[in-house]
Design a protein around this ligand. Sequence first.
Ligand SMILES: O=P(O)(O)OC[C@H]1O[C@H](O[C@H]2O[C@H](CO)[C@@H](O)[C@H](O)[C@H]2O)[C@H](O)[C@@H](O)[C@@H]1O
Length: 691
Amino acid sequence: MQRRHSRSQSGRRSEKGSSSNVEPWHVENNAHCNGGLRNAICSLGPRVKRKVWVGTLGTQTDSFGQKLRRDIDRRMSKEHESLPVWIPDDEFEKCYDEFCHQVLWPCLHYAIPDAPKTAQFYQSSAFKEYHAVNQRFADVIAANYKEGDVIFVNDYHLMLLPLLLRQHPKLPHNVPIGFFMHVAFPSSEIFKCLSMRQELLKGVLGADLVGFQTANFARHFRQTVSRILSYEALPKGIQVPDGPVPGPRPGSSTDGRFVDVGVYPMGIDVNQLQERKKDPEVAEWIRVLQERYAGMKMVVGRDKLDGIQGVRQKIQAFEMFLEKNPEWQGKAVLFQVALQTTEANEVGGGVSDLVAHINSRFSTLTYQPIVFLHTQDLTFSQYLALLTIADAFLVTSLREGMALRAHEFVECQEGRHRPLVLSEFTGSYSYSGFRSCIAINPWDARGTAAAIQQALTMSDDEALSRWEDLHNHVITQTAQAFATGFLSRCVRAHLEHIQPDVEDVSVLDAHRVLPRYKHSSKRMIFIDLEGTLYNRDVSRDALLENRFEPPEEALQVLDKLVGDRRNEVWLMSGLPRSMLQIIADRIPRLGIIAENGCFIKTLGSSQGSGEWLNMVANFNLTWKSSALEILNYFTERTPGAVVEEREASLVWRFWTDPTKPVDSPDRQWARWQAAEAQNHIFDRSVYSYAC
Ligand SMILES: O=P(O)(O)OC[C@H]1O[C@H](O[C@H]2O[C@H](CO)[C@@H](O)[C@H](O)[C@H]2O)[C@H](O)[C@@H](O)[C@@H]1O
């Protein structure tokens, strides 16, 4: 969705009655935007056969007549591959300015308003308009959907859209849908303040894949879903019971839909930025600025003035820096570029006062410590010139999804390599390459002031070495990498969700197989044990005592198959080899795969039973002790649960009365516990081994 301007502000549409050779309207590109998402999608080239952007117009539209709307629809589609969603001005304002910006945005960024306002904010009546806007998007998409399309929903303005699409009567029920959250996602303790928390979460879970900027945001989302909706939240995603699309999740114990949750860091379009830097206007402004600020150090920042991006904290820290380091007075300038927000008056007013106070405190005839500009006050080329010659870039966000302006700075510093001062609360900081910044806690003004001093006095060698790490990250984690990673995973997740998994392999068609079986001279047969050849669970006591009595009928079937010299027969099992030895002794020629492939007993012969090969001999199994500790904790809190330690794996089982329904409270409880245990194992970083 796009911020709206009144017509008089934007001048995007000529007034009625203007001369007929003047275009009645035109499209403007946002000059201050590197267009990450747009460029990322465009860069996929012919791999995306049909591409349609669905969004709002960045202007008020109530006064537009039907003819003008039709003209805009037609030209936007033909010339810009875009479909406008027409939203009445009042509905848009309530949805975007009120619900998105005053309720959702602060909540997603941990900014809970003070108590008296809380009730009003978190029960916002504007949620009705938010829903209506999401519905209008769904209707436009449904009316234009073509088979084979993948629907990619972006950001917090459209959290209800995935489910509205999934349930839309004009869309096939299994359309591929991806949802990406560009902004932060808070802990469940914050998200649960929203009165519409369930609708928002269920809305997002209409997608096949839900993506976040960082692993922390993804984990918060999974935990929030588990705590608020009581759905099973696994490290790889969410098991949604009774979803609108039927079909079991591969490997899951319950019916419903599985929604993948993943991490896809957004980046900038490096190629496009390099092109824009070549604009002669950039070189000209570099010259002008170098001349004007000769002998001074330039610290640059660009932020939204909404209280979340910490502009007030930044300016206070800059004041402290000048106060504590008087040698910099007259020699260091902060260029603060402000992005307009709807709340700009309130917060922006406060910031302007602060800037005025500092400027009056430290200014001289030839020096002004803070140059405070609004985006509309400078061109993108001027901004790129500033980034290119800056001595430091300062991001003090109190919370942020990523911080792509920091990536732009790094790219512009090729040849100069001056440091980045970055808030630890940004998504960018969570990536190892960005740990080479000068990290700050924006709440600590003293620390930020010291960081500015460190940046301005850093040796060239140190600055270069840090810049190389940052730059490596910027050119690897690009907008293109984001789009490719997200979309390919989305399509794969969708296919996995709609296609039957091995668990749902249809029953062997004896009419088809038997004639071939009879006439073939060599056959390889793989047979699963538990649940297939042996349609009962191994008893709890047997497992605990590590003994297993395979049923006689099953052994006879295996014996018979192995008896045919044309057959090579492999038995597959999750049980440990010690338990399967009884089968190996009885049918020596049988090949056995134990612990799901960790151990393999080769085919035997009349001379002997074959030998056990250890397939994990070179694996580091130290994860087992930490994982076992976690599983023991959950076992104690889950009646009927038991943990089995095998040679190379751990199994957590839950026994219950088989006559009880799958959604009985004790089974439900056990599933949550299992999911929580997996998440803990995942968090302790033992998961990669445990998998
Ligand atoms: O102003 P809004 O319409 O509410 O949109 C919010 C911001 O969206 C974009 O920023 C977010 O996505 C960026 C790229 O993934 C990420 O770097 C940033 O941290 C997110 O907040 C947009 O770039 C901003 O201009 C919007 O203000």
